[in-house]
Structures are given as structure tokens and as C-alpha cells.
Design a protein around this ligand. Structure first.
Ligand SMILES: [Zn+2]
Length: 129
């Protein structure tokens, strides 16, 4: 495996709860009123550091959609899905947008995932008096 170069976001960030890869920004949220099997899910205009899986048709509460699961590039976890196509006119706005399952990501407030890791290695200052 080569070294991964992850995109770094700046601002209020949602990140992978397993490997802390940045996934999306608060300001790109389209809607917080989505639900998935684990509970809440958010719709985003764009996400980063994800791989898109195979397309499949899925019957949802709002009708038939073609979706692809999206995976974190840092650790391979499924973090949500992408709407490739919607068949109901009223659902077309979702096409090309992304769902992140709230259960799978760390939010901008809450868990201390954003703590800086300060290195104290090699800093020996002999105190000669
Ligand atoms: Zn991850």
C-alpha cells in the first residue's frame, strides 16, 4: 500500500469516526432530515476522501433510486451512499449528492477527534545552572 494523500478540509468538519479522514463540511449540508438504518443521515453537496462503489437500484421510502455506497479511502468503511439517479421527479434534487450516515462520522462538535497531537520527542533541554 502506498501512502495515502488525504484531502484536508478547513472549517466545521465531518470526519470518519474510524480513521479521522475528513469527509465533508458543515456548510455543504443540504438537509439533515434523512434517515438510514442506523438513524440520522445528512445530505451533502460534496464529500472528499471517498471511493464510490457499484451502482445499484434501491427502493427507499421516497421511491426507487440508483445509488452507490461510498467508502472512506482511509480505512475502507462504508460511510454513506451517493444518489446517482432518482426516478421520482420530486426527488431529482438528490442526484449527484451524497449521504453520510451520522452514525458513521464524527461531527464538528462532540468527540475530541480534532485534538492536536503534540510531540515531545527529542526535546531535551539540559538545564545547566
Ligand atoms: Zn476512515
Amino acid at each position: 500500500m502506498g501512502r495515502l494523500f488525504l484531502v484536508l478540509l478547513d472549517g466545521k468538519i465531518y470526519s470518519c469516526k474510524h480513521c479521522q479522514a475528513h469527509l465533508a463540511l458543515c456548510e455543504d449540508i443540504v438537509s439533515k432530515s434523512f434517515h438510514c438504518r442506523h438513524g440520522k443521515a445528512y445530505l451533502f453537496n460534496k464529500v472528499v476522501n471517498t471511493m464510490v462503489g457499484l451502482k445499484e437500484d434501491r427502493m427507499m421510502m421516497t421511491g426507487l433510486h440508483t445509488v452507490s455506497d461510498i467508502f472512506c479511502v482511509g480505512c475502507g468503511s462504508i460511510v454513506g451512499w451517493k444518489y446517482e439517479a432518482a426516478y421520482e421527479k420530486s426527488q431529482k434534487y438528490k442526484e449527484g449528492k451524497f449521504i453520510l450516515e451520522r452514525f458513521m462520522v464524527s461531527g464538528p462538535d462532540g468527540s475530541p477527534y480534532w485534538a492536536n497531537h503534540e510531540s515531545h520527542a527529542g526535546g531535551s533541554d539540559p538545564d545547566d545552572a
